[in-house]
Structure formats: structure tokens, C-alpha cells
Design a protein around this ligand. Sequence first.
Ligand code: PAF
Length: 284
Amino acid sequence: MEVIEKGNSLRAVVQALRCSGKSIGFVPTMGALHEGHLQLLRAAAQENDITVCSIFINPIQFNNSDDYKLYPRALEQDIALLNSVACDYLFVPEVLDIYPEQSPLRFSFGELEGVMEGKHRPGHFSGVATVVSKFFNLVQPHRAYFGQKDLQQVAIVRQIVQALSFDLELVCYPTVREQDGLAMSSRNKRLDPEQRKLAVNLYKVLQLAKAQLHSKSVAEIKEEVARALQQVDQVKLEYFEIANPKTMQPVTDVLALPEVALCIAAYVGPVRLIDNLLVNLKEV
Ligand code: PAF
């Protein structure tokens, strides 16, 4: 695997590859890689001639300075993992190379960011959209890979691809979970052993909600989820929503849709985690 730090060098490499007819799969990450990322990288390697991964902890998508400072960093281990999945290029730019000056650019996604992550993390999706657009321009991938765990992010990226006419296919893979059901996330590395055990409650309440979709109203299910988490030490619910997976807007009548997204964000100790389940209503 070749490690590239400068955007211009990366652009030159991928342009030459594209000219020689190679297809390029791109997996953007913020590092501290886990099995969820590796699943995307393996898929990229299988579906493209060349795989490019980026590791960049994008400062402008953090609306909490501690979250940025404490975001797990594990470059050496990441490089070993990337070699194990035969990644061809790793792009690891410095912040100043990506943002030589403060970015004046602001993205606005209307209703799509008025809920859940967009509502609770002001500016977050504008930061994501800025960096993802920059990377799409530098990498010029044929396919870009994202995980379902960041479901609203996938909807935002889909909108950027469409609105800015990026010539690429957006590929989304299901969330990879630990044995007990906890969604894999780089932020899990910040949990102490006790918090790690408690974190599984996010998945448990999603399952609880799923089991009640046919028998209770949205309001009743939301109350039940809040009540269940109130009883768990160190876990503080930020939101639980039942959303239309196409628009991310809250649903009032679950049975009017073929599929719903159950979405949750909660603090476990000081660590903010998110998770979701896509539920086909014919299957529950
Ligand atoms: O999902 C992430 O890790 C980040 O939001 C992304 C897409 C790499 C942009 O910084």
C-alpha cells in the first residue's frame, strides 16, 4: 500500500489510473478502523481495480471540541489493517492541506438536516459535505462506500452526489455489530469496560422498539424507550426517532410505510454513540 499525504499527488496518481482504464473504489474514514470499515474496504477491493482509503479526522464536522480532541487515533494499527485487506492507497492529509484557510463554504440540506444528527449537531453535515465533496474531487472514485450506521450521513451524501453531479455510485453496507449487538464504531474505543457493557442497551432498546411496531403508537414506543434507558446507569438518551428512511423525517403512522428507520443517539458516560435499525414492516 502506498501512503500519500498531499492532495495533488493523490490527484496525479488517480488520474493516471483512470486514464489506464482502472476503476477506483473509495472508502473515506476518520481512522481507528474496525470491522465495519474493513467490510467496506473488502467490498471496494472486490468491486473495483483499485482501492483508496482516506483517514482524516475532519475538524469542521465536530461541534464539540472534546469529541474532536478525544477522537481515537491509531494510525500504525490502521495501516496494518489496511494492508490486511489489500488496500492500494491510503490518503492521510494534514488539516492545513485540506483547509489552508478557514472554509467559508456552508452546505444546507433543509428538512433533511432539521432532524436527528443535523438538529443535535449544528454544522455537522455542512462539515461532512465539505470534506466529502473535496475528497470526491481529489479521488474521482467510480464507487464510494459508506456504512448504514451513519444512515442520515448516507442520505446527505446521496444528496450531494445528485446536486453536484458527482459521477460515482454510492454504495451503502449494513452495520457490523459486536457479538452482543453493539454497533461497531471508532468511538467505542473510548468506553471503559463498564461503559462498554452498558453501551449494548442502545441496541437492546432498538430491538424493544422493533418488537412493538405493530402493537403500540409511535408516542408510546418513544416513551417506552426513554423509560427503559432512564433505568440504565451512565446512559443518557439524546433522541430516539422512528423515521422514514427515504426522507429521514419522523413518522407518525408506522404502518403507512413499507419500511421505517429506528434511530437513536445516546451518551454512554462521556461518549456519544448512534445506532439505527432499518425495519421492513412486512417482516415483523
Ligand atoms: O463517517 C465518517 O467517518 C466521516 O463522517 C467521513 C465520511 C469520513 C467524513 O469525514
